[in-house]
Design a protein around this ligand. Structure first.
Ligand SMILES: [Zn+2]
Length: 316
């Protein structure tokens, strides 16, 4: 499977510049698959005053482009750090951690859900405030999409929860970016709290982030909005993690979703709509490269917000 092999290749290639561990190993009839955790090594050991950027991709097994964009960006940071002391300093001031593929069994099988049919972003014990459309999560059957599971957290969900909780215990704050694709014609940055139309906790900090993005990169391509403006969902893992963090009185935690609008590349190559993967991943190599280039600004922006987290969040 090329996408999963890309992750293994990355880990070998940058073994001296990253810390790598396995959060869990998940199984399907195809075999055993590791869920990898990667942290970029800074010059100093991160302290509890450091803000962390967590990048997550491959939650939905068809959305390969998120994995590619994530790996591309980690390479970009590591390669630049070799000759740019400013970037090395930035990577010492911020922790950059990544789970490049949370759902490797789904990626292997080329399906949105896990091999057990569970849609990980519908799996948490969170119920939306009002009736949701079918895509907001269902408990009818794992054969149908958007299946929430039987009420238990899937091992992949538990893996994400463990990683986030550990980062929250050891950081001044955590910004998470979960990379998805397939919805709409525009690239969107979604704020969480998709179980309700109410604004998410830390609204002020989300507004500060949006303002800084708009002011620093006035020509950026993103629509910054709340996911529930498009649709509400049951079982969102990020909503669950926010609730749990609030219960513990934990530090600043700001999950975001990057939803890459695939209808753009489908518009240019409509025949790809006949390929299941084509809805979620650009099939032409130059379009993959274009997607990687397209999101460098946003990802660099989030790294630099974390590197300057104490000033950034103090002044807002
Ligand atoms: Zn997705």
């Amino acid at each position: 499977m090329p996408i999963l092999a890309d992750i293994e290749k990355f880990i070998v290639q940058y073994r001296d510049e990253i810390s790598h561990s396995k959060v869990d190993t998940v199984h399907s009839e195809d075999g055993a698959f590791d869920i990898h955790l990667i942290e970029l090594n800074g010059e100093a050991t991160p302290s509890k005053d450091t803000y962390t950027l967590l990048l997550v991709a491959g939650v939905h097994g068809l959305e390969w482009i998120g994995v590619t964009v994530l790996l591309h960006h980690l390479s970009h940071l590591l390669e630049t750090a070799r000759w740019n002391s400013g970037v090395r300093k930035m990577l010492s001031s911020a922790r950059v951690v990544a789970i490049p593929a949370l759902n490797p069994t789904g990626i292997f099988q080329g399906r949105r859900a896990t091999a057990q049919g569970i849609d990980l972003m519908r799996n948490a014990p969170i119920v939306a405030e009002s009736a949701v459309p079918f895509l907001g999560g269902q408990t009818i059957s794992p054969v149908l999409p958007y299946y929430r599971g039987t009420g238990e957290l899937a091992p992949e969900s538990r893996a994400l929860i463990r990683v986030v909780e550990n980062l929250l215990e050891t950081s001044a704050g955590v910004i998470a970016l979960d990379l998805h694709s397939g919805f709409g014609a525009r690239d969107r940055v979604w704020t969480p709290w998709s179980m309700t139309s109410a604004p998410p906790p830390h609204t002020e900090q989300y507004s500060a982030l949006e303002r800084a993005l708009n002011d620093s990169f006035p020509d950026h391509i993103y629509t910054f909005e709340k996911q529930s403006d498009s649709y509400q969902t049951h079982g969102d893992l990020w909503d669950y993690l926010i609730v749990e963090n609030m219960k513990r009185g934990g530090p600043l935690f700001m999950p975001l979703t990057l939803e890459m609008g695939s209808w753009n590349w489908l518009k240019k190559a409509p025949w790809n709509a006949f390929n299941k993967l084509g809805w979620f991943h650009p099939l032409a190599p130059h379009r993959v490269q274009r997607a990687c280039r397209r999101h460098i600004t946003l990802l660099d922006f989030l790294v630099s917000v974390c590197a300057n987290g104490n000033d950034f969040f103090a002044q807002k």
